[in-house]
Design a protein around this ligand. Structure first.
Ligand SMILES: [Ca+2]
Length: 473
């Protein structure tokens, strides 16, 4: 039960002493998880029953976009409520240091307003696997938390069946993108061998501890999978035999109208992956996603068993999306749909389940959840309060979403403009949702392009202009 009627103290006294005036917040953030891998977003192969169940109980957003398509700037942006363009948090390891001391993070805002705030594992940037192997803090912000825990894990140094699924294991040539390669381990042992298994166990422990706490809690739980290395207990690989894996369609000439840049060179050709290596990568990614899903289920079970579910807002998302072979591209940094769009589920007690197609951004979480919990929304935040969408999914608060990676994505309901300066991509998302036909240079769409470019320029002028720093990616 949730009590807002403070004018009626008799009612409060009549009810359980553990009842709180404010809702708790349980925030899940996965790493490098694309929406296309989840059952609730239409994937027929990858098994995610627990996340699907949460989606069926809450509002699932179909057009939610990250503000940067790699870890550091995306996480700094959503946690501090500013576009990367508006802060100096534009590099791979960005965090508080770049954002500055004068801004309260989302968690810190809750901490300052009567919440007990806690973090487990990766919420701000952490290097995966280096920080995970060491159990170190990465770019964490200690000011945000009353308590914080890292989940040290062995990553690839675990017994099991190991594979390197690329003939270019050193990664791509200098200047062409990532050195992150597809290391896979089907690990011996149970969930608790791994960082994420320990994270879930700690979350269950904290939820139990918070049962009798007077303060409401803000608990942020970060999972490091399905970020590479693709290491998970071998039981999660079992449902995904190689022969069952279906890659996205390979369309001849698909890449011919995509301007080459450092954001989209993580291709099958550059990684030198044969068909079995591509399917093996998909298989290991799905196994990693199912591993995360099982752990989400474990934590939500604890929330239910403790009787906390009716007092807790549950949010599930990822720091950005990921390519799993669309346009023969892999990984992140590109600003195509699969990389810039994120899964987003917000489940608020007492609100009807819904699917919301309105445009939203990860920086909307800070103001929205502040509003839902009855906290003031700091006036300087750049996100918008989208809580109205949770009462009525037809509500719209923005006519375009902005993301960034190598270039800038302006996404309206009908159009996607991928702007790289002189070059770019333009897609009609109603007719061509998979982004096969780049209309950027087509004269018949010149007026649309001009209008979208003007809209993008106006937005950037409004929010700040620090371009992302793609060094070390
Ligand atoms: Ca990431």
């Amino acid at each position: 039960m949730i009590f807002r009627l403070l004018a009626f103290p008799a009612l409060l006294v009549a009810c359980s002493l553990s009842a709180r005036e404010k809702l708790n917040v349980l925030f899940f953030i996965s790493d490098d998880l694309t929406a296309t891998a989840l059952g609730c977003y239409g994937n027929k192969l990858c098994k995610t029953p627990n996340i699907d169940k949460l989606a069926a109980e809450g509002t699932r957003f179909t057009r939610a976009y990250c503000q940067a398509t790699f870890c550091g700037p995306s996480r700094a942006s959503l946690m501090f409520g500013y576009y990367p363009y508006a802060s100096k948090a534009t590099g791979y390891t960005s965090g508080r240091k770049e954002v500055g001391a004068d801004k309260d993070s989302w968690a810190q805002h809750f901490k300052k307003n009567g919440y007990h705030s806690a973090r487990i594992s990766k919420v701000f940037h952490m290097g995966v696997p280096p920080d995970v192997s060491k159990g170190s803090d990465g770019a964490d912000d200690p000011e945000s938390w009353n308590e914080a825990y890292n989940s040290k894990g062995p990553e690839t140094r675990v017994p099991g069946r190991a594979e390197q699924l690329s003939n270019n294991p050193g990664g791509l040539k200098k200047g062409t993108g990532s050195s992150q390669s597809f290391n896979v381990v089907e690990a011996e042992g149970d969930d608790l061998v791994h960082s994420d298994g320990k994270t879930a166990q700690k979350a269950v422990e904290l939820l139990h501890k918070y049962k009798d706490m007077e303060k409401p809690f803000f608990l942020a739980v970060g999972f490091v999978r399905p970020h590479v290395p693709l290491v998970a207990p071998k039981k999660y690989f079992a449902p995904y035999p190689l022969g069952k894996m279906a890659l996205p369609p390979k369309i001849p000439g698909d890449q011919d109208d995509i301007p080459q840049n450092s954001g989209n060179r993580r291709t099958t050709a550059n990684y030198k992956m044969d068909l079995n290596q591509q399917k093996g990568t998909l298989r290991a990614y799905y196994a990693s996603v199912s591993f995360v899903d099982a752990l989400v289920g474990k934590i939500l079970d604890a929330l239910e068993t403790n009787g906390q579910r009716d007092d807790t807002i549950v949010i599930f998302t990822s720091d950005h999306g990921y390519h799993l072979g669309e346009h023969d591209m892999w990984q992140k940094v590109s600003i195509h749909e699969e990389s810039a769009k994120v899964p987003l589920i917000i489940c608020v007690p007492g609100k009807k389940p819904a699917v919301c197609h309105s445009l939203s951004e990860l920086i909307d979480l800070y103001p929205t959840v502040s509003r839902l919990c009855g906290l003031q929304i700091p006036g300087n935040l750049q996100g918008k309060d989208i809580s109205g969408m949770l009462d009525d999914p037809a509500v719209k608060v923005r006519d375009a979403a902005l993301s960034s990676g190598k270039g800038r994505l302006l996404r309206t309901e009908k159009w996607a403009l991928l702007d790289y300066g002189k070059k770019g991509e333009l897609y009609d998302m109603e007719k061509d949702p998979k982004q096969y036909d780049n209309l950027f240079d087509k004269p018949e769409h010149a007026d649309t392009l001009t209008a979208l470019k003007a809209k993008l320029k106006a937005k950037l002028n409004e929010i700040g202009k620090n371009d992302l720093n793609l060094n070390k990616l």
